[in-house]
Design a protein around this ligand. Structure first.
Ligand code: FMN
Length: 161
């Protein structure tokens, strides 16, 4: 697929097939994540591979829509507020690299923000000094939703003198 086809066809997936995914594949897409832009090369992302016991405790959305793999992506705080903010931005880029690399091979992701909840953070064992960017179900989609319409970009562009 061409890059634009990958970007336009990607969806947040809410129904997965049970087909397993090799961890080698997951690692390949995560490695692609690490090519994300990140200011001062802080490489702030950390990834938890969430096992069945923890998934059961999280008890979220029909066990992440039965995704064969669940990942939590964390972003390490920086030395300053600005660095922490930039680290979050970089980790979001990491996530999207992962999402698109996986999608290019037919594997979708479900992005859940449940990791921001204090109780869920505890279940995940997230230490202080980290933001949880998301908890992701990853798998072959059983259903791919129609695209959600976006505002045309011309409506969001401002021309400065
Ligand atoms: C930071 C962030 C948090 C999100 N959290 C959730 C979530 O908790 N639950 C959910 O169903 N989707 C979540 N999403 C996915 C969006 O709802 C989804 O991307 C949006 O509806 C557009 O759909 P699409 O990705 O299929 O184009 C999140 C996306 C982002 C970027």
């Amino acid at each position: 697929m061409e890059i634009l086809d990958i970007i336009y066809s990607r969806r947040n997936i809410k129904s997965f097939k049970s087909d397993p995914i090799d961890m080698e594949q997951i690692n390949k897409w995560l490695q692609a994540g690490t090519m994300a832009p990140n200011h001062r090369m802080t490489e702030p992302w950390e990834v938890y591979i969430v096992g069945q016991e923890t998934r059961a405790q999280l008890n979220h959305k029909a066990d992440f829509w039965n995704a064969p793999v669940v990942l939590a992506v964390l972003s390490k705080h920086g030395a300053t507020e600005v660095e922490t903010y930039e680290n979050i931005l970089a980790t979001a880029c990491f996530v999207q690299n992962f999402n698109l690399a996986a999608w290019a091979e037919g594997v979708g992701t479900f992005w859940s923000s449940l990791g921001n909840n204090l109780q869920k953070r505890e279940i995940l064992g997230v230490p202080d000094g980290y933001d949880v960017i998301g908890v992701f179900g990853v798998g072959y989609p059983d259903e791919v939703s129609q695209p959600k319409e976006r505002t045309i970009i011309e409506d969001k562009i401002k021309y400065l003198p």
